[in-house]
Write a protein that binds this ligand. Structure first.
Ligand SMILES: Cc1ncc(COP(=O)(O)O)c(C=O)c1O
Length: 416
């Protein structure tokens, strides 16, 4: 039976929307109760619709341009999306692919892609009528949730792994008025606790376990396809992205499945989803390399890319098939390779935080190994802005040189 919701509440799409279990197929009405996983089998839920749009259904800009593919017509907006798809000619030539574009999600209002998920997720929280929003975070989710919670005038609670969140992100959560709990444990433990709290009805969970977050994030793919097509006359053969909780990987896979279903793209146009993790935090890569259909949780994770310091990617059941069925792969890169890529992007004028640079580092490694070929059109996703992690940026960049307050002395110093 299809529990299609035909709501006439303001701002709610009138077409059918429901939550479906990805394993047993059980369907649930989307807004009648708080639900993140299947009541019957405990697996992940996915938002499904009774129809899927083609590109000509989209109008306007940003995330809400794609409302025909979302559960609402509008949301709590700052606004988000409309991020640039940069050409990077020097990196393109050095790495050696036909075409390399960088989709810089760090240009969202709070400086990361998380805003795309929050504009939808917080709108759903309003619809359900919850009091308090909560998330566990390696930093960016907490920054986005705090801003969108503030915008919606809702209480927010964020749990962070103590000492492992970049300064810019803590500052954002703090100034936007979230209650910040620093947990003596890693991100995965924070998420365990937030899940316990939300199971007890203490808060509404806005991690990417919440399927509505991924609806917003799938607009990364929709927007990227439109830009790529407009500027390059084609779609990317491959999308390379950093992987933490694997929400974006799952969201992009959902995006291409929906576009296939509506007939908006052909089978041969489906891009290969290619995930990149840091060597010290690579359970998805381990699963792909071993052909597993599940991941094994890593209890000890470490990397300079703190945003992807995650040992138990909760969206793996959605993301692993996405990587496999699109013909993609997953690769691990060292912290040194990440820092080099961060510098290389900065030399093209693109400022990203370390986790984001993993996509370029991963592409470079796969190209050198011959997994990526030289005729490919590639889009790399950079997920967060440089200013998120000022310490990492300063460590990777050049040091300031002290000089006296005197022009002659400055010229002397410059060797002029
Ligand atoms: C900058 C950045 N990149 C990548 C990720 C990982 O994204 P996902 O959990 O969707 O794999 C995160 C998640 O926190 C992030 O903040």
């Amino acid at each position: 039976m299809t529990l299609a919701l035909e709501s006439d509440a303001p701002g709610v799409a009138t077409r059918g929307v429901w939550l479906t279990c990805i394993d047993c197929g059980e369907q649930f009405a989307p807004f009648e109760a708080v639900r993140y996983t299947c009541d019957d089998c405990g697996s992940l839920l996915e938002v499904r619709y009774d129809e899927y749009p083609t590109f000509d259904a989209f109008e306007g800009s940003g995330v809400w341009r794609y409302s025909a593919a979302l559960p609402f017509e509008e949301g709590v907006t700052l606004p988000e999306g409309s991020t640039p798809l940069h050409a990077v000619p020097r990196l393109e030539a050095e790495i050696g692919v036909n075409n390399l574009r960088v989709k810089h999600e760090g240009m969202n209002p709070t400086g990361s892609f998380k805003d795309r998920g929050m504009t939808v997720g917080v709108r759903v929280a309003q619809e359900i009528g919850v009091d308090r929003l909560a998330c566990a975070s390696t930093g960016n989710t907490s920054a986005a949730l705090s801003a969108y919670g503030a915008r919606a005038d809702m209480e927010t609670l964020v749990l962070l792994p103590a000492g492992k969140v970049a300064a810019g992100k803590v500052a954002q959560a703090s100034l936007h008025g979230a209650r910040i709990l620093e947990v003596d444990g890693n991100f995965d433990r924070c998420l365990d606790i937030v899940q316990d709290l939300t199971d007890r009805g203490e808060a509404y969970l806005l991690n990417s376990l919440n399927p509505f977050r991924l609806e917003g994030q799938k607009t990364i793919g929709l927007e990227m396809f439109e830009q790529f097509e407009r500027e390059e006359g084609t779609l990317p053969d491959r999308i390379v992205l950093p992987v933490g909780n694997a929400g974006n990987t799952a969201a992009l896979y959902k995006c291409v499945r929906e576009l296939r279903r509506s007939g908006a793209i052909a089978e041969h146009e489906v891009p290969k989803l290619t995930g990149v993790q840091a060597e010290g935090s690579a359970p998805m890569v381990e699963a792909i390399e071993n052909g597993w259909d599940h991941i094994e949780r890593w209890d000890d994770v470490e990397t300079i890319a703190t945003a992807i310091r995650i040992g138990n990617p909760v969206n793996a059941p959605k993301a692993l098939p996405g990587i496999r069925e699109t013909g993609g792969t997953a690769v691990a890169v060292s912290d040194e390779q990440i820092t080099t890529a961060q510098r290389d992007l900065a030399e093209e004028g693109i400022g990203v935080e370390p986790a984001s640079a993993a996509s370029i580092a991963g592409l470079r490694k796969l190209r050198r190994e011959g997994v990526v070929s030289d005729d490919e059109d590639v889009a790399c996703l950079t997920t967060g802005h440089l200013l998120k992690d000022p310490d990492a940026a300063a460590a990777a960049g050049s040091d300031p040189e002290p000089v006296p307050a005197d022009t002659e002395a400055v010229l002397d110093h410059l060797g002029a």
